[in-house]
Design a protein around this ligand. Structure first.
Ligand SMILES: C[S@@+](CC[C@H](N)C(=O)[O-])C[C@H]1O[C@@H](n2cnc3c(N)ncnc32)[C@H](O)[C@@H]1O
Length: 194
């Protein structure tokens, strides 16, 4: 997954924006749901926030407060840092503990983790945790190894899960549903971990 995302960085936002290879995908209601998701992010109370696996910073730029971002891909971090000029960005492992943040925010990362990695993720020190991920759609399975193709024709196997908001909330030990749309779900746990 790591090499795949480093290679994908320059074309990654095509997925969010429905450009390039995603132009012909049927995604009814995608832009409305993306816009509602961004509104949810903008409405969070300002906090000292760490965005884990921030990618290109597509959502990071909308996070209110003092923002740091970490991603294992140098190319992703370069794009994110250019987008959010007041942010502090670092190439590194998102599963390494980084104390001192009021909120951990993570979008479309948790659903790529295996059971051991999920346990490590949920044990990270933080006050508040906000997770954004892909909604389980009627036509989709709950987990899969996907065969993904990049613009250069290379193929990559990627593990991915899809969630109901209630299912994701249950998995993180309870809290609050922040967004429950046709494409995206977001949940918040306010149980601190130190
Ligand atoms: C699906 S992308 C999500 C990017 C961004 N959060 C978003 O929602 O657009 C997954 C990201 O996880 C990063 N990643 C994968 N494993 C990682 C790890 N162990 N530590 C840090 N970043 C990681 C990849 O480089 C990639 O940018």
């Amino acid at each position: 997954m790591r090499a795949y995302y480093e290679k994908r960085a320059a074309e990654y936002d095509d997925w969010w924006l429905g450009a390039g290879r995603f132009e012909e995908r049927e995604r009814p209601g995608w832009y409305e749901d993306m816009s509602a998701l961004i509104d949810m992010v903008l409405a969070l109370t300002p906090a000292r926030t760490l965005d884990l696996a921030c990618g290109t910073g597509f959502l990071t730029r909308h996070l209110p407060g003092e923002v740091s971002g970490v991603d294992q891909s140098p190319s992703m971090i370069e794009i994110a840092a250019a987008r959010r000029k007041d942010g502090a960005f670092e190439v590194g492992d998102a599963l390494a503990p980084r104390p001192g943040f009021e909120r951990i925010f993570s979008s479309h990362f948790y659903g790529h983790l295996d059971a051991d990695q999920r346990e490590a993720f949920l044990a990270l020190p933080r006050d508040e945790l906000v997770i954004v991920d892909s909604a389980l759609r009627p036509e989709s399975v709950a987990e899969d190894w996907q065969e993904r193709v990049l613009d250069d024709g290379s193929t990559h196997s990627v593990y991915k899960r899809w969630f109901t908001a209630a299912g994701l909330l249950d998995e993180i030990g309870g809290g609050e549903v922040l967004h429950d749309g046709p494409w995206f779900v977001a949940v918040r746990s306010s149980i601190p971990r130190f």
